[in-house]
Design a protein around this ligand. Structure first.
Ligand SMILES: [Zn+2]
Ligand SMILES: [Zn+2]
Length: 532
C-alpha cells in the first residue's frame, strides 16, 4: 500500500459521510437510483451504467473499467481518475479485482474531490502530483451531469425505455457537439498549458535550484509524509524495552564471536580456509557492527528516558513509562496532523490568488475540508494534555522513577499556532523548512505535468489530422462507388460537412506542432477549405 491504512480509512470515512447525505435525497425519487458514467479525457461518454442500489458501490466502477479494457489493445496503460481512486485501488489489491489489468492501471483522484482526502493520500493520488496524468483533472463527469441535469424533471415521470432513449439521444447530441469543437478544445488546452508552463518555469528560474535537487526533496517528502503516523499502544513500553533487550542479546553474541576470533589470532590456529587477513577483516566487521548496536541502544534508551543502571526488565510493566511513550506518540501524531494542515493552508493561499470562478469554488471547498479536520486535531491535543496531567499525578504519588519530569501541556487556544516545525534535535529537511524548496517542488511538478500534457496534445492534434484525411478519402471513394441516388445525396452532404469541419480544425490547431512527420494536408484541397 502506497498510503498508510489509517489515512485511507480517513478518506473512506469522509466519503461515506458525503455519500449518505446524497443517498437519502436520491432514493426517494428513483427506482433506479442513478447513473455512473465513464468519460474519456475529452469529456466524451464512453459508457453509462444505471445503479440499482443506493450510493456509489465499487462494483459499478469495476464493471466500467472492465468494459474499457475489453475494448483496448493489450499494450495500453490507462490512468483512471475517480472520486475515491485510493479506495478502489485498495479494494482491488485486497480482493484481487481487475487482477489481469492492474499492471496497466494508474489510479488517481478527481482534482475537485482530492481535497476531501487525507494529505498523505493526496501526495500519492492527486493527478497533478502523479507521473503521466498531464493536466487532466477528471472533471468530465461533473460537466456531463450539469449538461443532462435538465432532463431530471421529465425523467421522473418517464418509463424505463423512454428514459433510456432520452439519455442515449442526449449523449449522442453532446458527443457530436464536442466533436465539432475538437479543434477549439485542442487550441484551448494548448494555450492554457503553455501559460502554466511558462509560469512554472519562471518560478524555477528565479529560485535557481537544480531539478534533481527538487526531485530528491519531493521524493523525501512523499516518503516522510506517507509513513504511518505514530501509534499509541497498550504494549508500547514493552515493545520498546524488548527492542533494547534484543540489541543487548545481539551485542553479546557478537562479543562471543569476537572472542573466538581473538583466540585464533593468539594461538595461530586458524579455522579451515581462513588466513590472518580474513580473521582480521572479520574482527573489524564485527567491531563495526558492535559500534552501530551501541549507538542504537543509546538512542533507544534516551528515548525511553532510562539511565544505564535501571534494570530494563523491571520497567516492563511500568505505568509511567507506558504513559510517557504513548504521550510521545500522540504528540508526534498531533504534529503530523498540524504539519499536513499547514501544507494544505499554503495551497489554499496560492489558490486564492487565482480568481476564476472555478478556482473560487475550489477555494471555499478546500477551506471547508480543512476546517473539518480541526476537531480531530483539537481532540488529539486534549488527549495529550490529559496524559500530561496523569503523568504529573503519578510523579506526585511517587510512581515514577526519581528524576522524572512531566511534559508541559499544550495551550489549546494557541494550538493552531503551534510551531509544527519544531523537531527534537533532528536536521529539518528542505521540503519542510525551506520555503523556496517548497515553492520549487510545486513549480517542478506543474512543469512536468505541462510537458506531459503538451506531448499528449501534439499527439492528439496529429491523430485528428490523420483521421480527417482518411475520412475524406473514404467519403470520396464511397461517392464514386455509390449506385443509389438517395445514398449518394447523403454522402455529398457528409462531404460538405467534413469540408467545413476540416477548415475550422485546420485553423484552430495551426499553433500546435505535430509529433512526427506525417503526410501534409487534411484531405480536402487547401483552396476549398479557404473558401469555406
Ligand atoms: Zn477521447
Ligand atoms: Zn484518499
Amino acid at each position: 500500500m502506497k498510503v498508510p491504512v489509517s489515512a485511507l480509512e480517513g478518506c473512506l470515512a469522509s466519503f461515506i459521510a458525503a455519500d449518505e447525505r446524497r443517498t437519502k435525497a436520491s432514493t426517494q425519487f428513483f427506482a433506479d437510483t442513478g447513473l455512473m458514467a465513464m468519460l474519456c479525457r475529452h469529456d466524451h461518454v464512453l459508457w453509462l451504467v444505471n445503479m440499482t442500489t443506493a450510493g456509489e458501490r465499487q462494483y459499478y466502477a469495476l464493471v466500467l473499467i472492465k468494459m474499457l479494457f475489453m475494448n483496448l489493445p493489450l499494450s495500453m496503460t490507462v490512468g483512471i481518475l475517480y472520486d475515491i481512486g485510493c479506495q478502489l485501488e485498495r479494494c482491488c489489491q485486497i480482493w484481487g479485482f481487475l487482477e489481469e489489468f492492474m499492471a496497466r492501471i494508474l489510479f488517481a483522484l478527481v482534482v475537485f474531490h482530492a481535497y476531501g482526502h487525507q494529505w498523505p493520500c493526496q501526495l500519492v493520488y492527486h493527478p497533478h502530483k502523479c507521473e503521466g496524468f498531464g493536466l487532466s483533472d477528471g472533471e468530465g463527469c461533473e460537466r456531463f451531469w450539469s449538461a443532462i441535469k435538465l432532463l431530471i424533471p421529465s425523467m421522473r415521470v418517464a418509463g424505463f425505455y423512454h428514459w433510456l432513449f432520452t439519455i442515449d439521444t442526449q449523449v449522442k447530441h453532446l458527443d457530436k457537439k464536442s466533436f465539432d469543437m475538437m479543434g477549439k478544445w485542442l487550441q484551448r488546452k494548448w494555450l492554457t498549458c503553455l501559460e502554466r508552463k511558462i509560469e512554472a518555469e519562471e518560478i524555477l528560474n528565479e529560485l535557481g535550484f537544480e531539478i534533481s535537487l527538487l526531485e530528491n526533496e519531493w521524493k523525501q517528502q512523499v516518503a516522510a509524509q506517507t509513513k504511518p503516523l505514530a501509534q499509541q499502544s497498550k504494549n508500547i513500553a514493552i515493545i520498546a524495552i524488548k527492542e533494547i533487550l534484543a540489541l543487548y542479546t545481539a551485542k553479546k553474541s557478537f562479543a562471543t564471536e569476537l572472542g573466538g576470533l581473538d583466540d585464533q589470532l593468539i594461538s595461530g590456529a586458524y579455522e579451515d580456509d581462513m588466513s590472518v587477513e580474513d580473521v582480521l577483516a572479520a574482527c573489524k566487521a564485527i567491531m563495526k557492527k558492535q559500534g552501530v548496536i551501541d549507538a542504537n541502544i543509546k538512542t533507544k534508551k534516551k528515548r525511553l528516558g532510562v539511565k544505564d543502571q535501571d534494570d530494563l526488565r523491571k520497567l516492563m510493566g511500568n505505568k509511567f513509562l507506558q504513559l510517557k511513550l504513548n504521550a510521545r506518540a500522540l504528540k508526534q501524531r498531533l504534529r503530523d496532523h498540524l504539519r499536513n494542515r499547514k501544507f494544505e493552508l499554503e495551497r489554499l493561499e496560492r489558490a486564492y490568488q487565482q480568481t476564476t470562478s472555478n478556482e473560487t469554488k475550489l477555494h471555499s471547498h478546500v477551506q471547508k475540508q480543512i476546517n473539518r479536520q480541526q476537531p480531530t486535531i483539537a481532540r488529539l491535543a486534549k488527549k495529550y494534555n490529559d496524559m500530561c496531567y496523569d503523568m504529573t499525578k503519578q510523579i506526585q504519588e511517587g510512581k515514577a522513577s526519581g528524576n522524572s519530569i512531566a511534559p508541559v501541556p499544550i495551550n489549546q487556544e494557541h494550538l493552531f499556532a503551534l510551531d509544527v516545525d519544531e523537531h527534537e534535535s533532528e536536521i529539518i529537511p528542505g521540503w519542510l523548512g525551506n520555503e523556496n524548496i517548497c515553492e520549487g517542488i510545486t513549480a517542478m511538478l506543474i512543469a512536468k505535468r505541462c510537458a506531459e500534457e503538451m506531448a499528449r496534445i501534439k499527439q492528439e492534434r496529429t491523430a485528428l489530422q490523420e483521421w480527417s484525411r482518411e475520412e475524406w478519402e473514404a467519403i470520396n471513394m464511397a461517392i464514386v462507388m455509390c449506385e443509389d441516388e438517395d445514398i449518394e445525396h447523403q454522402l455529398v452532404i457528409r462531404k460538405s460537412r467534413h469540408l467545413s469541419l476540416c477548415a475550422q480544425w485546420r485553423e484552430q490547431v495551426s499553433l500546435i506542432p505535430d509529433t512526427y512527420p506525417m503526410l501534409k494536408g487534411w484531405g480536402p484541397d487547401i483552396k476549398d477549405m479557404d473558401s469555406v
